[in-house]
Design a protein around this ligand. Structure first.
Ligand code: ES4
Ligand code: ZN
Length: 338
């Protein structure tokens, strides 16, 4: 219909997609076979791509999803695997009207199983170059995420390795983030890591909070970690003071509507505080998170929000403009996107 066409044509930014979350069950099985990786034999979900996809419909929580998400990593070995994954994501996103993509990846998990940071980043960079040649209106940035289920010292080590490459300062990496399990992983645990990143001159800091965890985690991430953005931040709506703080500081939340429904953070899309954030002038973008696992890319997330909330063209203009001005790209690039 007409609004679907409008949402398709709207120039969109994606700020929250994990590249490892774009492996479809079919690609996962193909890569496992090509790279001679055996999938868990004691879990009947891994009988076929169809049984795996069926398991994705039954996720009970973030941690239940993360178990499958990290098994998916095991099939990625060569730079060409990362390149194919990233290029395929970018061409699909571009076909949905994404003009600017900031892509998360999880270097720690790959390095721990023997795939080097250089292998990953050369695959990501090759895909970015090819996509920017094929899709001239597209800009692409990369953001490494630390993983909270791993020990804090491992995160320190990963940050040190990333800083040594100089990639935060030569345009290879646009920022620094943190993801994985949230409950019990209070921001205070990561204060020193974020201090070290800031001291080294990494300005664009973000962290996943308020997906399952309470608004206080979001507040403490802002004050203790100095993050400029919150990934998810959904539960911020439960705290009036925090809502006002987010609005006053222009902090962007990178919301992931389908993700929240599939991982049972909410029972239905209607429960999401989209209207509350719009009315309170809290800036947010709408994102896919792990599209191969959650049943939709950016456009499906936009359409699901429209179905649930019946937003106006003005509302969408505000969302799209907020996403552009909240992007981590140059002022010149923002002017082009606006
Ligand atoms: C994630 Cl949905 C979600 N939450 C936290 N960390 C993640 N990593 C990949 N997807
Ligand atoms: Zn995420």
């Amino acid at each position: 219909d007409q609004l679907h066409r409008f949402l398709h044509a709207l120039p969109k930014c994606e700020h929250h997609v994990h590249i490892e979350g774009t492996i479809s069950p079919e690609l996962l099985f193909n890569l496992a076979s090509r790279n001679k990786i055996s999938l868990p034999m004691d879990d009947s979900a891994f009988e076929s791509p169809a049984t795996l996809r069926a398991r994705y419909d039954k996720f009970t929580s973030l941690d239940d999803f993360l178990h499958y998400y990290f098994i998916g990593f095991s099939v990625l070995l060569e730079a060409s695997d990362f390149e194919a994954l990233t290029y395929d994501y970018l061409s699909l996103a571009y076909s949905q009207g994404v003009h600017h993509a900031e892509i998360f990846f999880d270097p720690q998990a790959h390095v721990l199983r023997g795939v080097t940071y250089q292998t990953i980043i050369s695959g990501l960079n090759a895909a970015k170059q090819r996509a920017q040649r094929d899709f001239p209106k597209l800009s692409v940035e990369f953001i490494p995420c630390l993983l909270r289920h791993l020990p804090v010292p491992s995160g320190h080590g990963m940050l040190a390795e990333l800083l040594e490459t100089g990639h935060f300062f030569d345009g290879t990496l646009v920022g620094f983030g943190m993801s994985s399990t949230e409950l019990e992983m209070h921001p205070s645990l990561y204060k020193e890591i974020y201090e070290a990143a800031r001291a080294a001159g990494v300005a664009n800091l973000t962290a996943h909070y308020g997906e399952e965890g309470p608004p206080d985690y979001v507040k403490d991430a802002l004050s203790l970690l100095g993050v400029r953005r919150i990934d998810h931040g959904r539960r911020s709506a439960e705290d009036e003071e925090l809502i006002a703080q987010l609005a006053d500081t222009g902090t962007m939340l990178t919301l992931c509507p389908l993700s929240n429904v599939v991982l049972k953070g909410v029972e239905s899309m209607q429960e999401l505080p989209i209207r509350r954030f719009l009315d309170a002038n809290v800036r947010f973008s709408i994102n896919s998170d792990d599209p191969a696992y959650f049943g939709g890319y950016v456009l499906e997330n936009y359409c699901a929000v429209q179905e649930a909330f019946g937003l106006s063209v003005d509302d969408w203009g505000k969302i799209a403009r907020g996403a552009i001005t909240g992007s981590w790209c140059s002022h010149t690039r923002k002017e082009q996107l606006l």
